[in-house]
Design a protein around this ligand. Structure first.
Ligand SMILES: [Zn+2]
Length: 490
């Protein structure tokens, strides 16, 4: 397939942040082969020419952290601190079957593609009773719709009560704690074998799939699991993904378990490197920021989820100033309520200003767009996130005749601050058009919605019982939370 887009406004997000007003772009197979002025574009023939007048062309957005099983649960859970919230969220996963993981991933993939995201990292944790916890079903969904994906299998081998600063839990809670542990953790070697099998079975970049290990979080893994996961990544030249310091409790557990910060622990066991991306990175010690920068690792900022769960604000302006690579994600829909990356771009451009008195460090629209594109690509070793010859042909066309771009005063500011995804018209992934006229090409949208609704109606009766069990944990976790934050329990 040889395709040309001509006479468009190109926002390249290349090293020089070039914007080409009357630009053309040529795709041959799965790569971009020309990006530049329209009057210098190579001659045809082309299999298809898209008249780009009236369009803005961007590299496809990269959602650097989400959990696809959560897509069925948007709007479902009350806002609570993470340690409380996650007992309810994890309860939703225990009842899910293969077709539910498929439907949930399909729903999120549809929302992402229609709002301009062409690659997602799915930090996958599902149900251990389903093969590969359901990750294979999520992969099938994302391949079906044509969304590029990095699926990072979640691993955890420490018992639950060791991972949160609970005091002696009451005997009445122990059965529920044990049940949570059993559904989440597994022996170290068994995880490493499962992850190696997962990579052997599904890793296939030609079919849009990158697989990699995804240790759940530093405090939830033994050193042997962290190192085993890192070795697996290194052996296959893959990324490595983990949650880091999302809440104050986690920061506290770092000190308690390792006698140092969670980031320093990762460094001391030899896991902190350029292929590692660390979701959240909220509670980072100031003295660790230089270590973060020099490691070449990537922090993945999830502003909506951090607000919804009251987790805190990652020190993004400081990180950027120190040279830390920062990518952007939505996190799961159960703590964000959607998978729209334009929402994340707008939030990161705004939420750090009040706490950063030095306005020269405020996140600029260019920085926000780079976080949502090239920084994600870099983190996952993908040659994308930029409009440049040789880059993966993952491209988004936005209409200019919308409220977001009328009048056109400052294109980059309007992309970061005005656009909400509704101007997305055409989306190309791996050289193939997968959204056109704002609609999915590969599957009827009504079918995606029907499958999601069907899954939810099947799951709903069982959820009530799971939620009651989760609610039994809430008082002890609330007490723990107030002890950690020093607030007053009413
Ligand atoms: Zn997460």
């Amino acid at each position: 397939m040889r395709l040309r887009i001509s006479n468009a406004y190109l926002v390249t997000l290349n090293e020089r942040d070039e914007i080409i007003e009357n630009g053309a772009l040529v795709i041959e197979g799965k790569r971009l082969t020309y990006v530049g002025p329209a009057d210098r574009a190579p001659a045809g023939p082309f299999d298809r020419v898209i008249d780009g007048r009236g369009f803005i062309v961007l590299p496809g957005l990269i959602n650097a952290h989400c959990h696809s099983p959560a897509n069925l649960y948007r709007g479902l859970l009350d806002s609570r601190p993470l340690e409380i919230w996650r007992t309810y969220y994890r309860a939703t996963l225990r009842a899910m079957a293969a077709e539910d993981f498929y439907a949930s991933a399909l729903l999120g993939a549809m929302e992402m593609l229609k709002t301009g995201t062409t690659t997602v990292l799915d930090h996958f944790f599902g149900n251990q009773a389903v093969p590969f916890m359901g990750a294979g079903d999520a992969i099938r969904a994302m391949r079906d719709l044509g969304l590029r994906h990095v699926v990072s299998l979640t691993l955890s081998d420490r018992p639950y009560e060791d991972t949160v600063p609970l005091k002696e839990a009451s005997a009445a809670l122990q059965p529920e704690i044990d049940r949570m542990s059993q559904s989440e953790t597994r022996a170290t070697d068994s995880w490493l074998e499962a992850c190696a099998d997962f990579i052997a079975k599904f890793h296939d970049p030609e079919r849009l799939t990158t697989c990699c290990p995804g240790p759940s979080a530093v405090q939830r893994c033994t050193d042997r699991l962290l190192q085993g996961a890192a070795q697996l990544s290194e052996r296959h030249g893959l990324p490595l993904h983990i949650h880091l310091a999302e809440t104050r409790s986690q920061k506290l557990m770092g000190q308690r378990l390792f006698g140092c910060s969670l980031l320093r622990h990762l460094s001391s066991v030899g896991v902190l490197g350029t292929n590692l991306s660390l979701a959240h990175s909220v509670w980072i010690e100031e003295e660790d920021i230089d270590l973060f920068a020099s490691s070449g690792a990537t922090a993945v900022h999830n502003p909506a989820s951090n607000l919804r769960l009251g987790s805190g604000l990652a020190p993004v302006p400081h990180m950027l100033a120190a040279g830390v690579h920062v990518a952007l994600g939505t996190d799961g829909a159960a703590s964000n309520d959607g998978q729209n990356m334009f929402d994340a771009i707008r939030l990161v451009s705004l939420i750090h200003n009040p706490s950063q008195t030095d306005f020269r460090l405020w996140v600029t629209p260019h920085q926000a767009l780079r976080m949502a594109t090239r920084e994600g690509a870099r983190a996952f070793g993908l040659e994308g996130g930029v409009l440049a010859p040789g880059s993966l042909a993952d491209v988004v066309l936005l209409r200019r005749d919308t409220a977001a771009f009328t009048p056109l005063n400052n294109l980059v500011q309007q992309l970061a601050l005005c656009e909400n995804g509704s101007s997305v018209d055409t989306v190309i992934v791996n050289g193939e058009v997968v959204v056109e006229g704002g609609r999915l090409i590969r599957m009827r949208e009504e079918e995606v919605l029907r499958l999601a609704a069907q899954s939810m109606s099947r799951l709903k009766p069982g959820l009530q019982q799971e939620f009651e069990a989760a609610a039994s944990m809430e008082p002890a976790l609330a007490e723990m939370y107030f002890q950690v934050v020093g607030g007053r329990k009413q």
